[in-house]
Design a protein around this ligand. Structure first.
Ligand code: CMX
Length: 154
């Protein structure tokens, strides 16, 4: 059996923090209400991403700090959505984990050079206009690993 992980060498400053974990849900409003009622977490941002086939809500504590990880609730927009297929195959639950980077092109290049497969040749549009890509779960220990470079606040 091949190992789940192998060591790779990436300039560490390229990765800032855990940005979010993504959870596939069938009913977005019910999921947002669960986190509000259980933990007092609020919906900081909601949007529809047609290209990804999702409507998403970013939930986290009220006094969110910039590098606090959030939970991204992902509901399918239609039956063709990656999230609809995920729920059909595995049921609702943890679908991905996302790391924030300062430079997604540089990070992607380092990963590719070391044999790590990214899903897209170029970054696509993610939450709030961020540039996103994904490491294939087979190259990240069975976890769909999203990379995000948020729009600069400067
Ligand atoms: N986490 C871990 N493993 C996963 C997975 C996931 N989310 N999705 C699929 N896999 C595994 C499968 O279990 C399968 O493993 P086995 O071969 O051992 O059975 C393998 O990966 C291939 O699965 P597949 O069914 O052939 O491939 P899918 O059609 O399910 O596609 C993937 C998988 C990752 C390519 C697809 O989910 C994808 O393109 N994801 C990126 C886009 C995305 O997730 N968008 C929604 C979120 C949008 C956002 O975050 O903004």
């Amino acid at each position: 059996m091949s190992p789940d992980f192998h060591a790779i060498d990436i300039p560490h400053e390229l990765v800032v923090c855990l940005d979010h974990v993504g959870i596939a849900v069938a009913d977005l409003d019910a999921a947002v209400e669960f986190y509000r009622s259980a933990f007092g977490w609020v919906n900081h941002h909601q949007e529809t991403n047609e290209e990804q086939g999702v409507v998403e809500a970013m939930v986290g504590p009220k006094g969110l700090k910039e590098t606090d990880g959030m939970i991204q609730l992902l509901a399918p927009l239609n039956e063709e959505s990656t999230i609809a297929k995920f729920i059909d195959k595995k049921g609702p639950g943890l679908q991905q984990m996302c790391l924030r980077t300062t430079d997604i092109e540089a990070l992607s290049e380092h990963l590719r050079q070391q044999g790590v497969r990214l899903l897209y040749p170029e970054p696509k549009k993610g939450t709030g206009g961020a540039k996103i890509n994904f490491v294939h779960p087979k190259d990240a220990g069975g976890v769909l690993l999203e990379l995000t470079e948020p729009v600069s606040s400067e």
